[in-house]
Design a protein around this ligand. Structure first.
Ligand code: CTP
Length: 403
């Protein structure tokens, strides 16, 4: 599950022995596809070097309001850092910083970042067993939980003092697993299975030639990535495309022709919750595929074409509980044509691209769409990247499903 893929993680490191484990924690976040920004309390630098964490996170590590090394004494903006993050994790969190958090003290950059953060906050305390058991610690943990922060309890074991008991910071693997599980259960598409078609189809004429189109597949691949980030299990059925798909949670099935796409779609359609037909399926295919390469013996050559099966139309006919989304690429009477397809194909939503809009449609990295829903609601969006358009499409699907 690609829960952490693309997530922006702010890691707050405070001055405990367990700070050495943050090197592994940073690596685990990075391996899960997240971007990590480390902010340390000044004293934490005695426990793990900023150089280690900067190297592993591939980002500068901040610990003071000013960058002391730079000649211009650059200001490290706590607000920008705080607003950048998708979530913040304090690991290890000392008794001292925990107390400051409950009081809203802002005597270092880390505390200023914390007080400016609007994102979810996780905290993994680490301290000696008597400190961990102290009523003030228990009370501070409760206070932070009442703030809505997520508590990752310390574990029991041998502590740096040599004493044995509760107070060890949760292991980096357990911290990552805790955060993943928490994010997953908040994901709007968790437990949803989504089928997406993408790319062109190639309709063979002979063993070496085909009729195809210029679709890159970008829109469908962005939809698949975004659906996985929202917790869905995705089946991406793609015609020939140069794009690759490495996102966890997306199963890529490659096909060539419209017939192959049709077959692959109906192997899965009955089991999915949402289906999105973003593929530019050929409308016609050669009536016969020559077994041998066609020779250029004649001055002219007539191609006999027959209609391909309309995959989306068939999905609409066989629809049970699936939420069905189609695309319409139009050059004139856009709204009327798209509305006609919405009804004819029994869709819940249609994504209209007009070729009259600059930056929309095939090959481009951008798209400009209007979403028309079966409930007659129509929303026109600005020109955006296809990744942003994918977000708009899923926001609309989720809003309709929760209406
Ligand atoms: N589509 C499909 N199978 C086909 C043709 C189209 O699944 N054989 C899907 C596309 O993926 C898209 C939608 O149908 O989601 C719209 O396709 P489009 O070609 O624009 O519409 P048509 O209904 O084929 O009408 P026309 O070509 O006449 O505009």
């Amino acid at each position: 599950m690609a829960v952490l893929q693309g997530k922006k993680v702010l890691l707050g490191v405070t001055a405990g022995i367990a700070a050495y484990k943050t090197a592994s924690l940073v690596r685990l976040f990075i391996k899960s596809g997240a971007t990590v920004q480390v902010v340390m309390s000044p004293a934490a630098k005695d426990f793990v070097t900023p150089l280690t964490l900067a190297t592993l996170s591939k980002n500068p590590v901040y610990s003071s309001f000013f960058d002391e090394e730079s000649e211009t004494k650059q200001w490290n903006n706590h607000v920008d850092l705080a607003l950048w993050a998708d979530f913040m994790i304090f690991a290890p969190l000392t008794a001292n910083t925990m107390a400051k958090m409950t009081q809203g003290q802002s005597d270092n950059l880390l505390m200023a970042v914390y007080l400016s953060a609007k994102c979810p906050i996780y905290f993994a305390p680490a301290m000696d067993l008597d400190m961990y058991k102290h009523p003030s610690t228990t009370s501070n943990i409760n206070t932070l939980q009442n703030f809505g922060h997520h508590f990752i309890p310390a574990t029991s074991g041998e502590l740096a003092s040599g004493l044995v008991g509760a107070g060890r910071m949760a292991e980096p693997e357990a911290i990552v697993a805790f955060i993943k599980a928490d994010l997953l259960q908040k994901m709007p598409l968790k437990n949803k299975k989504i089928l997406i078609t993408a790319g062109p189809t190639y309709e063979a004429l002979d063993p070496v030639r085909f009729i195809g189109n210029h679709s890159s597949g970008k829109m469908g691949y962005e939809l698949a990535k975004h659906a996985a980030q929202l917790g869905a299990q995705v089946i991406l059925i793609s015609g020939p495309s140069c794009l690759t798909m490495n996102t966890n949670g997306v199963k890529l099935i490659k096909v060539k022709s419209s017939d192959e796409m049709f077959k692959a779609v109906f192997e899965h359609y009955a089991t999915v919750d949402i289906a999105i037909a973003a593929a530019a399926v050929a409308d016609y295919k050669p009536a016969h595929i020559s077994a041998q390469k066609i020779k250029k013996n004649e001055a002219s050559y007539q191609l006999d074409l027959v209609k391909t099966k309309d995959i989306l139309l068939a999905m609409g006919e066989q629809k049970q509980n699936q939420f069905l989304v189609g695309f319409a690429l139009e050059t004139e009477n856009e709204i009327a044509n798209a509305t006609g397809k919405l009804t004819k194909k029994n869709l819940d939503l249609i994504v209209l691209n007009s070729l009259n809009d600059k930056g929309a449609g095939f090959q481009s990295d951008t798209n400009k769409v209007t979403l028309l829903a079966a409930n007659k609601k129509m929303t026109t969006f600005d020109l955006k990247t296809k990744a942003e358009v994918a977000q708009d499409i899923f926001n609309t699907i989720i809003a309709i499903q929760h209406a």
